[in-house]
Ligand binder design. Structure first.
Ligand code: AMP
Ligand code: MG
Length: 331
């Protein structure tokens, strides 16, 4: 437990931020809460420090890392910038859970996995904001889980996956969204969503006033390199139930754990992990990754998970479920 420190998520303790920024500037790694999930951060301008992120997570070398910034000056320092009109749009959405892929500048090969582009975002959480400000560095940070495992929503889950391999874990309580940021890029006059996330496709469309497509990447041709790997997955088997009837039947037949809405949990007649009401998909999102970890700790060898409407954050929920089940469904 010696690398975990409690930190106030609203008014972060200055000495702790000071200690964490010394680690960042010294080439070390710090895990911290963000509004999406916990991140594992290192100085984005230091390739050796960024290599540690890959080592600690067991992350594949060809999977680039999101660079977290605090202001538009920093955006200009690591990218070739945005047009005036697009910058105005990002002034509206940032800080927040939206990541954009832009042409890079002054940034090494390691966090970008050798690509010509860099993914950047401004987090809406006081802890990374203060850490970036105090260290004076953009911070490269993927989710702070062991590669392939569900992303951490709590500091205890970071500790469970990464243990003492991280120099410091800042425990600021639960992340508010519980799913990662949405990753987008511009392609001609369109926006392509490379990874659905906490920022909805509907809101992107409304704010940017451009055509929005969701990348239909396949394992052979991933646009966003990270999307090709098995991800977010429990160790136990998980199956998607496309309808209430299928869920009820699968739960009756098998010795399984049910994961789903309060509405359906009342009907399946088996032990359940309740994600929340179908009417509040934000709550469902927040409980999703922890539910995969609960399945692993449970006495069941498999889980059945309900299907949710692919609207708003529901698109990200269903994307993560598809990755976690590996496409398996109950018949
Ligand atoms: P995470 O590990 O949760 O931070 O995921 C970051 C996601 O952003 C992965 O799916 C990456 O492949 C994607 N990403 C990061 N940098 C780039 C980039 N330059 N171009 C396209 N996708 C990127
Ligand atoms: Mg991740």
């Amino acid at each position: 437990m010696d690398n975990v420190r409690k930190i106030d998520p609203v008014v972060p303790n200055r000495e702790l931020i000071e200690e964490a920024s010394r680690i960042i500037n010294g080439g070390g790694t710090v895990a911290f809460p963000t509004e999406t999930v916990y991140g594992l951060g290192a100085n984005a301008l230091d390739d050796e420090a960024c290599k540690k992120i890959y080592e600690v997570k067991g992350r594949q070398q060809d999977n680039p890392i999101i660079v977290h910034i605090n202001d538009f000056e920093q955006l200009e320092s690591v990218t070739q910038g945005l047009s005036g009109k697009m910058r105005e749009k990002f002034e509206r959405v940032w800080p927040g859970p939206l990541t954009v892929v832009l042409k890079k500048r002054n940034i090494g090969l390691v966090p970008t996995a050798g690509l010509e582009t860099v993914a950047v975002r401004m987090p809406a959480h006081r802890v990374p904001q203060e850490l970036i400000r105090r260290s004076g560095k953009p911070i490269a940070a993927p989710s702070a889980n062991k590669s392939g495992r569900p992303s951490p929503v709590y500091a205890s889950e970071v500790l469970e996956d990464l243990g003492q391999k991280v120099d410091l874990i800042l425990d600021g309580g639960a992340s508010s969204f519980g799913v990662e940021s949405t990753v987008m890029m511009f392609k001609g006059d369109e926006i392509v969503i490379l990874r659905p996330g906490a920022f909805s496709a509907e809101d992107i469309k409304k704010i940017f006033e451009l055509r929005v497509t969701i990348s239909g990447d396949t394992p052979e041709t991933p646009v966003s390199p990270g999307m090709k790997y098995r991800h977010y997955a429990p160790e136990k088997e998980l199956f998607l139930a496309r309808s209430e009837e299928k869920a009820i039947e699968a739960c009756r037949e098998g010795n399984v754990l049910f994961i789903g809405s309060s509405e359906l949990a009342d009907k399946v007649g088996t032990e359940s992990v309740v994600l929340g009401s179908r009417k509040d998909l934000y709550n469902v999102a927040r409980n999703l990754f922890p539910s995969f970890r609960k399945l692993d700790r449970s006495r069941y060898s498999a889980g059945i998970i309900e299907s949710f409407e692919e609207k708003g954050i529901g698109l990200a929920i269903m994307n993560r479920i598809a990755k976690a089940t590996g496409g398996r469904e109950v018949k």
